[in-house]
Design a protein around this ligand. Sequence first.
Ligand code: ATP
Length: 220
Amino acid sequence: MYLEKIELQGFKSFALPTTLIFNKELTAIVGPNGSGKSNVADAIRWVLGEQSLKLLRGKKSDDVIFAGSDQKSRLGFSTVKIYLDNRSHRADIDYDEVILERTVNRDGESDYRINNTKARLGDIQLLLARSQEGKKSYSVIGQGMIDSLLTISAADRKDFFDEATGVKHYQLKKNQALHKLEQTEENLHQAELVLQELTPRMHTLYRQVKRLERKDELEK
Ligand code: ATP
């Protein structure tokens, strides 16, 4: 699914309605430091349902709303809309174009839409997961991410690949299962100790029962 267009209003530094059209194989966005280039990537992450404030480079949820500048006062809402080419019908939806929209206001009320119809975050996540897009945060490679990938330890790098390839989920399950197995083995060991302690007593009790039975018989 190709990203065709993105419309932003009130998102971070984009106070005015802005449309970016990606109609070439490669689109580069250039600008001086702090001009809002990374905010475009943040907007894509955000509209795809990103919940992590850290990944969105914010501290509070309303950090994605234009906070005001010398020329323009702050805005009360932020909205981002992306248009994805779905002629391949990779996304399981009857439209040749998928339009995803996310809006939030300063009261924290948020609204998600798929092709202009109200949706839940889960609907967007499901749609993307089914079409294998945006499932992981690695759909958007952020600034410094490659750098840190090259410099991190081998173990951390393996962690990154595990998550990107989707095996992380199974590893977590495996670790949980191994942990349970360890606990069960420990329980088994405890049970064996108790058994060792009780077995001699059981023999004594067994003999006593036999004697009582014999006594009953004799009395009869
Ligand atoms: P660099 O090249 O240094 O990485 P950049 O072009 O990627 O910079 P961004 O990090 O995208 O720039 O944008 C940072 C700018 O966005 C800052 O000027 C910051 O003040 C502005 N900004 C971020 N959030 C908001 C907000 N909620 N309201 C207004 N401006 C914001």
